[in-house]
Design a protein around this ligand. Structure first.
Ligand code: ADP
Ligand code: MG
Length: 349
């Protein structure tokens, strides 16, 4: 049989790690990205630099591949649904329609009786004044946000005077949760009621950017069970194919909330590379390419550290032992708050 060729939209570190996993199982990768300096360029078999609405290039891309997937959720729905008519796109484009907008994502969760933070849609400043009972809160852009970008902490209405928020786009205002812990659950769904699920991962954020992920998560058995159940329910309801991640909050009163859903492989799941027989990237590729599902087996516990901005200089020069696994995303430019690499430290091996 000839090699399967997988098209991946987006060329960041998630794309790179997908390409590395694909290589291990003899699948060819073609990345299309609108960033000429995409880190995934170093990992893909073929690389196309293009805007995502360039018809010529999209045609070339789809002609080179058997299946299409993506590494980030901010791809226009129209682009994905057009591509899907030529080569199958998974997770299917309807997933993106629901999840790329915070307001529709939240309504999807409510429909499924999943607990989320109190929120309202905000289009102008007077909407915030009307919803002052949500303060202190976090104002989040409805689309295109990541790593806390497009978010404002609002302690009270007076904060509006100096924040200079431009209401040229839609927001949601979420009531601040007094968080005790954040966890995430990564799941790979292959078909109806057919999935593999990783154990909950404990996450610590600094300045709204993920800094540390650890397994096992120090959480009680009911949160352990409920978070996995909700991740399963979400992936079934979306009829999702591939790897998905659900982010959760546990508040100081021990309530569990879903924060958001990432329709892709996830930063917190990087530790699965060194702790499970099959990692989140390989599982994504297996599901999307219709390969056999393999039962997950955990090998060891671990902690992952995100390397942000110029911290990378230290890590590039450091010596590592056999329990430390350093990943350099080979990004051309070091920028503050930019994820440059990660380090996973395993235990009990
Ligand atoms: P992003 O899309 O940037 O990941 P998130 O909504 O996940 O945005 O927010 C990033 C981080 O900000 C969360 O992981 C959490 O630490 C903090 N945060 C977000 N929403 C809330 C909230 N309602 N209450 C308290 N902290 C929050
Ligand atoms: Mg998040």
């Amino acid at each position: 049989m000839s090699k399967i060729s997988l098209g991946i939209i987006g060329g960041g570190q998630l794309g790179s790690l997908l390409c590395a996993a694909a290589k291990n199982i003899n699948i060819e990768t073609v990345i299309i990205s609108d960033d000429e300096d995409s880190p995934a360029k170093h990992f893909a078999d073929h690389f196309i630099y293009s805007k995502y609405d360039n018809k010529e290039n999209l045609k070339k891309f789809s002609s080179m591949v058997d299946k299409i997937t993506y590494e980030f959720e901010n791809i226009p729905y129209g682009v994905l649904s057009k591509l899907n008519k030529v080569k199958k796109v998974d997770p299917h484009p309807e997933v993106i329609k629901v999840l790329q907008h915070r307001y529709s994502e939240k309504n999807f969760l409510i429909k499924n009786k999943i607990r989320i933070t109190k929120f309202e849609k905000i289009v102008n400043e007077s909407d915030i004044r009307k919803n002052r009972d949500l303060l202190p809160g976090i104002l989040k852009t409805s689309t295109l946000g990541y790593d806390g970008k497009g978010q404002y902490k609002l302690r009270n209405l007076e904060d509006l005077d100096y924040l200079n928020i431009s209401f040229d786009r839609e927001f949601v205002l979420e009531k601040m949760v007094y968080i005790e812990k954040e966890i995430s659950v990564v799941i790979t769904r292959f078909s109806k009621d057919n999935y593999e699920i990783y154990e909950p991962i404990e996450n610590l954020h600094e300045e709204q950017i993920l800094k540390y992920s650890t397994i096992p998560a120090q959480i009680n058995p009911s949160h352990f069970k409920k978070s996995k159940e909700w991740a399963k329910l979400i992936s079934e309801e979306l009829q999702y194919i591939g790897t998905l991640c659900v982010e959760f909050f546990i508040d100081i009163d021990q309530n569990l909330y879903v924060n958001e859903i990432a329709p892709r492989v996830h930063n917190s799941g990087h530790l699965t590379i060194n702790t499970y027989n099959i990692n989140q990237f390989e599982n994504h590729i297996r599901a999307v390419c219709g390969l056999k599902k393999i039962k997950l087996k955990k090998i060891c516990n671990a902690k992952m550290i995100n390397i942000i901005g110029d911290e990378i200089i230290y890590y590039r020069n450091k010596k590592y032992n056999e329990k430390e696994f350093f990943y350099d995303y080979l990004k051309k430019q070091i920028k503050p708050k930019r994820k440059m690499g990660h380090l996973t430290i395993i235990e009990n091996k």
